[in-house]
Design a binder for this molecule. Structure first.
Ligand SMILES: Cc1cc2nc3c(=O)[nH]c(=O)nc-3n(C[C@H](O)[C@H](O)[C@H](O)COP(=O)(O)OP(=O)(O)OC[C@H]3O[C@@H](n4cnc5c(N)ncnc54)[C@H](O)[C@@H]3O)c2cc1C
Ligand code: SF4
Length: 238
């Protein structure tokens, strides 16, 4: 899933220039964040969020707050959070390890603070621990065009199926969350179930249970569910 997620991002030219840490720490593609003529709590704390009542088709439905609904744009981070990756960081206080899931913050009332890195800290490595069933994994990205577009919804999945029953699963979603979104509820919904469309749909419902739609992005809830179900079905047919 990791190589598929990397190859699903940007274009060959951008990928050749980009770095692993830079991709994890890239900032949101929210149009208002990039348009300095409009209020944006992430760019200018306390100024307001133009997306809440603006055009919010690309914005998040999971992990949002009344202060920011920006989506995290990275594909690679979605695969890494599913794989329980760990980020090695060095700074004035020395070296420490941060799990990928704890690297990005939810926006809350401080969307300008995006990560748990301290001032002066540098990412020096990303470690991916071995996962016994990582060879049965997949990253599926849905976007407006086939290349050079950010995810409207994506799913990183790894599933351990034995004798038709799901023993374990790793699931994360992209394009719908304010941070790379580990779907622990979906994993829980799958464990112990017979592998198949019914179980996958139950997992998708669990993954999006807390979704909050806005005027133009409600379609993302069903899209994300279908993306997850399709990813799991593709994995099953391999
Ligand atoms: C047109 C376009 C389309 C794109 N499409 C996608 C896509 O579909 N999917 C996707 O995942 N990505 C996409 N990207 C993102 C792209 O792949 C890059 O990862 C992103 O632009 C960041 O660039 P960079 O890696 O050079 O990081 P930089 O711009 O160099 O850095 C980004 C941030 O991280 C900080 N930083 C960098 N390295 C470190 C470090 N070691 N420790 C601490 N802080 C660090 C920098 O200070 C900066 O704040 C797209 C980018 C563009 C421009
Ligand atoms: S969604 Fe976040 S980044 Fe976009 S305008 Fe609102 S506060 Fe700014």
């Amino acid at each position: 899933m990791l190589s598929q997620a990397v190859l699903a991002g940007a274009s060959g030219q951008v990928r050749n220039m980009a770095t692993t840490a830079g991709n994890l720490l890239q900032r949101t593609r929210c149009f208002y964040f990039r348009d300095t003529a409009t209020p944006c709590n992430k760019r200018e704390p306390g100024s307001g969020c133009s997306a809440l009542d603006g055009y919010n088709r690309i914005h998040a439905v999971l992990g949002t707050s009344a202060h920011c609904i920006a989506t995290h744009p990275s594909d690679m981070a979605v695969a890494l959070v599913a794989l329980d990756a760990r980020v090695r960081v060095v700074g004035p206080a020395g070296e420490r390890v941060v799990s990928l899931g704890a690297l990005h913050r939810l926006p809350g009332d401080r969307p300008d603070r995006e990560t748990t890195l301290e001032p002066g800290e540098l990412i020096i490595a990303v470690d991916v621990p071995p996962l016994a069933f990582a060879s049965r994994s997949l990253y599926l990205k849905v976007r407006d065009r086939a290349s050079f577009a950010f995810a409207l919804a994506s799913a990183a999945v790894a599933v351990d199926v034995r004798d038709g029953t799901v023993r374990d699963a790793r699931i994360a979603l992209g394009g719908v969350g304010t941070k790379p979104w580990r779907a622990a509820g979906a994993e829980e919904a799958l464990r112990g179930r017979r592998a198949g469309r019914d179980a996958y749909r139950a997992a998708a419902d669990a993954a999006l249970a807390g979704a909050v739609p806005r005027a133009h992005n409600a379609f993302k809830i069903e899209l994300a569910k279908r993306t997850l179900v399709r990813a799991l079905l593709r994995l099953e047919s391999r």
